[in-house]
Design a protein around this ligand. Structure first.
Ligand code: AKG
Length: 203
């Protein structure tokens, strides 16, 4: 463990989001960021928002083994095969999260103008109350969690190498976002490791 701070629980009761600081060595963090930035088959996709098709404000890539497509917000991401680097990161994240994953969604926020709106990772294929482990590389960005009922909002900053492990009722009770931060000029990559439980209907 390279973290200088203890892991911190951000939520309470049946929902959990634990922030682990700097889970990789600084050189590993830098190398992983550079390599993923350069070698990932990034794509910008359209999603349907309020019945209109709009370009997602970030780039994405989906990796899964077995190669199950990921469908959300009206789009289908075909699966790429895990690379040795992604397998290495997955192994490290699995040890910390205490859970196994068979897929990862990569998001590239090119600058602070890119973002990820309020949502929960509650798609059918991840099953009830999934464990989702979210690794940040590159620029520090804000990560907000909002309780669906009370509207309580928890804001935190995620730095390069930080890992948030969401579990319990987190996806049911809370939504999350990465807001625009126009002062941020550097890119950030986020990897959300997930376990696809069931084949998607029609797959
Ligand atoms: O970039 C992040 O920190 C969050 C990513 C996210 O919410 C998602 O991929 O569903």
């Amino acid at each position: 463990m390279f973290a200088s701070e203890e892991p911190r629980e951000l939520l309470s009761r049946a929902s959990s989001a634990v922030l682990h600081h700097a889970i990789l060595e600084p050189s590993q963090t830098r190398d992983a960021f550079e390599s993923l930035l350069a070698h990932t088959p990034w794509e910008q996709r359209d999603v349907v928002v309020f019945g209109r098709s709009v370009a997602q404000p970030r780039l994405v890539a989906w990796f899964a083994s077995p190669p199950i497509a990921y469908r959300y917000a009206g789009l289908t991401l075909e699966a790429h095969s895990f690379t040795p680097l992604l397998l290495e990161l997955k192994k490290r994240v699995e040890v910390i999260a205490g859970a196994q994953f068979n897929s990862v969604l990569l998001n590239l926020y090119r600058t602070g103008a890119d973002s990820n709106g309020w949502h929960a990772d509650d798609e059918f294929e991840f099953g009830a109350d999934p464990v989702i482990a979210s690794l940040s590389l590159g620029a520090t960005r804000r990560f907000d969690l909002r309780n669906r009922e009370t509207k309580e909002t928890i804001k935190t900053n995620l730095a390069s190498g930080d890992l948030v492990v969401m579990s319990g009722e987190c996806q049911r009770e809370w939504i999350h976002q990465v807001p625009k931060q126009l002062k941020v000029l550097e890119p950030r990559i986020n990897l959300t490791f997930r376990m696809v439980q069931k084949p998607i209907a029609g797959e």
